[in-house]
Design a protein around this ligand. Structure first.
Ligand SMILES: [Zn+2]
Length: 235
């Protein structure tokens, strides 16, 4: 594990569900935004199945989660949210999704792309990574390397763009950690903005978010960090 301190001018976070980015990378997104980086957030799903009770209606939940997403993005200082509004559970690493992501990468032209590590399936024998997360991860890898950088892929989607770094969260093989001590408070607020997911135990959620960030920072002596699997793509 090594410390990574990038200062991108443009970054793009690509995640499946409305709350995924805040949980995985809210600290680094807020940190970069505070330094003047244009942070774009691509959310593939509409959040319409993010409930455990059968009383919740997908249509109502979709509206609630759209508002929560914008509130959280504003807290982090996100420049623009790009919602693809795919129903929860329906994400597939399809030609259509790859084409859309290539188009967004070529339009926004991020130096760094953040997103889920699709190779992580089982966590600690107690959690199976959501299919939407895995499909999102595969789609963003395929879109960034090599499609967005090669002009003959999706020529109708704009001028080719080489992403320099991929930082993958929710990974079993983290190799870098980013110091988020200056933004851990705003990360907690952004996570709590997704009230439909976090419920009323704000203190408990705050403890979990801080605890994970503290654990991620420990190998490097950082008070709070976010850990990623990194890929530095050759230009
Ligand atoms: Zn999710």
């Amino acid at each position: 594990m090594r410390s990574l301190s990038l200062r991108p001018r443009v970054a793009m976070a690509i995640y499946a569900h409305p709350d995924d980015a805040d949980v995985a990378a809210g600290g680094v997104m807020a940190h970069w935004a505070s330094q003047g980086c244009a942070v774009h957030l691509v959310v593939i799903c509409d959040g319409s199945k993010g409930a455990h009770g059968s009383q919740t209606k997908p249509e109502g939940l979709r509206e609630v989660r759209r508002a929560e997403l914008q509130l959280a993005a504003d807290l982090l200082g996100v420049a623009q949210v790009h919602s693809l509004e795919v129903p929860d559970g329906d994400v597939t690493n399809s030609e259509e999704l790859r084409s859309t992501l290539v188009g967004l990468m070529r339009h926004v032209r991020p130096e760094v792309v953040l997103g889920p590590d699709p190779t992580a399936t089982f966590f600690g024998g107690v959690y199976v990574n959501h299919r939407d997360h895995r499909e999102t991860g595969w789609a963003l890898l395929d879109a960034a390397a090599p499609a967005a950088a090669m002009p003959l892929y999706y020529p109708e989607r704009g001028e080719a763009h080489q992403v320099s770094w991929l930082l993958l969260s929710g990974t079993l093989e983290p190799d870098v950690a980013v110091d988020v001590a200056s933004t851990i408070d705003v990360k907690v607020k952004a996570v709590l903005a997704h009230h439909s997911q976090t419920g009323d135990d704000a203190e408990g959620i705050s403890d979990v978010v801080r605890g994970r960030a503290s654990q991620a920072g420990r190998p490097l002596g950082l008070s709070f960090a976010e850990a990623f699997r990194s890929v530095e793509l050759a230009g």
